[in-house]
Design a binder for this molecule. Structure first.
Ligand code: FAD
Length: 314
């Protein structure tokens, strides 16, 4: 809600990082008092930029198959392995990371949740370039990276519960992509196509499509507000965050498609003033990742089917 209000008045959102929206809530629930005192004030002040070390080359949707190893060295762990798609790893100070401390049980057991400093010889990153032209994420390599045991969150080998809890906050955050754009698609279309004699958008078909999108956005906003109130009343978002993530990111992709339709040929340029610096086409390309990051749409639909609707597996 705060995010939406700030966007509405065109204010810069303060301290948007993975600390505030993902790690903070997990520390509040699972961290020790010392860990909270150590990390939460720095998160609130925006002193530390965090990145998320979850996905690996063979563990994306099937996250519990992760293989990055953490070897017990008494007061610390030595970490070896590789993460991928680590957003802003090249800029982050610290990482919250899923590592395997035991591989004798089922794949959901033996996963631990640790925090460590990115600025050390055992950590290296390689940015990955996207079709939008930017490199917001990296491959991240650990070669005897060191994590202090004082920064193990929760119990060793029980990190899966923390990982899932954090994901509900990540999904809620990502779902916000679908709301409160800086300039509405209707405004953009009016500027680009002009109005008919009654002051309505000149293109009737696009007008109708935009109206439907706006109605769906308002209905989504109302649902978010209702569930947000329930969460404040202590029920928590839980698996419902998957509904938000799924629908919010689909809405955002629709909005970006409509922006292209509104600008017509002026949406196609990559740079230059006439093409608004290529922002519309770059945003459109970036939006394709919305329904992948934080768990794909297919995975969200599986969670909704099982955990929200209670449908059987097969
Ligand atoms: C912009 C962006 C930022 C990201 N940032 C981070 C980050 O900071 N940290 C991080 O750890 N990760 C990050 N990720 C990675 C993201 O979490 C994974 O890409 C995602 O979980 C999917 O995993 P995958 O890419 O391995 O695809 P896969 O798991 O290989 O999936 C491939 C396809 O198979 C489908 N599929 C897989 N399993 C099922 C199933 N059981 N049922 C139905 N369909 C299925 C998927 O929906 C998808 O279409 C980011 C990704 C993107 C796009």
């Amino acid at each position: 809600m705060l995010r939406q209000e700030m966007l509405r008045i065109n204010a810069r959102i303060p301290l948007t990082n993975f600390g505030i929206s993902m790690l903070g809530p997990a520390l509040l629930k699972f961290g020790s008092e010392e860990q909270k005192l150590d990390h939460l004030p720095k998160i609130a002040r925006g002193e530390i930029r965090w990145c998320q070390g979850y996905s690996e080359p063979n563990a994306g949707s099937d996250l519990a198959s992760l293989a990055t190893r953490a070897e017990d060295q008494g007061d610390h762990y030595l970490i070896n392995g590789q993460k991928v798609w680590t957003s802003y790893a090249d800029k982050a100070d610290w990482i919250f990371c899923l590592v395997r401390t035991d591989n004798t049980g089922s794949k959901h057991e033996g996963i631990s949740f640790v925090l460590f400093d990115m600025d050390q010889p055992g950590v290296s990153v390689r940015p990955i370039k996207l079709i939008s032209g930017s490199s917001p994420f990296c491959e991240t390599f650990f070669d005897d990276a060191r994590a202090e045991k004082s920064n193990l969150i929760g119990e060793e080998g029980k990190g899966w519960t923390i990982a899932k809890y954090l994901l509900t906050h990540e999904r809620e955050m990502i779902s916000g992509f679908g709301t409160a754009p800086k300039k509405s698609v209707g405004q953009l279309a009016l500027e680009s196509m002009g109005a008919d004699t009654s002051g309505r958008l000149a293109n009737g078909i696009l007008r109708q499509t935009i109206a439907q999108y706006q109605l769906d956005t308002m209905a989504f906003g109302a649902t978010m507000a209702r569930v947000g109130d329930e969460a404040k009343a202590g029920q928590g978002l839980g698996a419902a965050s998957s509904i938000f993530k799924y629908y919010g990111t689909e809405l955002n992709k629709r909005r970006n498609e409509l922006n292209l339709a509104a600008l017509g040929e002026y949406a196609l340029g990559w740079e230059g003033e006439a093409y608004r610096g290529g922002a519309v086409s770059r945003d459109w390309l970036r939006s394709k990742g919305n329904s992948i990051e934080g768990g794909t749409s297919e995975v969200q639909l599986n969670i909704i089917a099982k955990r929200v609707l209670g449908l059987p597996d097969e």
